[in-house]
Structures are given as C-alpha cells and as structure tokens.
Design a protein around this ligand. Sequence first.
Ligand SMILES: [Zn+2]
Length: 82
Amino acid sequence: MQKDKIKLLLLEITALLSQDSTEAEVKIKDGVMSCPFCGGEPEVKNFNSMSGSQWMVRCQCGGHRGTSQTRGAAIDKWNLRG
Ligand SMILES: [Zn+2]
C-alpha cells in the first residue's frame, strides 16, 4: 500500500529530525552518507564473490543497497535516496 510507505517515510524523517544534531544534516564520511535506516555510519566493504570482486556499503543495522563492482559505484548506490 502506498499509504503505508508514506507513513514509514514520515516516521523515518521524524526520527532523523529528532536526532541530536544541529540540523537534519546528513553526515558524510568518505563521501558515504549516514544510514537512512538508523542514522549510523556505514562501512564500505570489499569482498570476493563468484562473479569477482564486489563492493558494498553496509551499516551495522544490516541496512544496505546491494553490491557493485567498484567502490565508487557502491557508494553512489548507497547515497542515492529514492
Ligand atoms: Zn543503519
């Protein structure tokens, strides 16, 4: 349901806004934006899979946006907010 999605988004935004920061700024470290799920700092990870070297930005909370073939692409993917 679309409504549920919007509700979730609103909750997310409210959580972000209520965080202890000067503004609803997004912390950027190494070009990686903070986690949209928990606000934490994600890690850029490299690992080998069957299809070769893969990169993934992954947060402690388990949030991620899938793998990419390059570090830059993985970060871009992570930073892209739908
Ligand atoms: Zn997180």
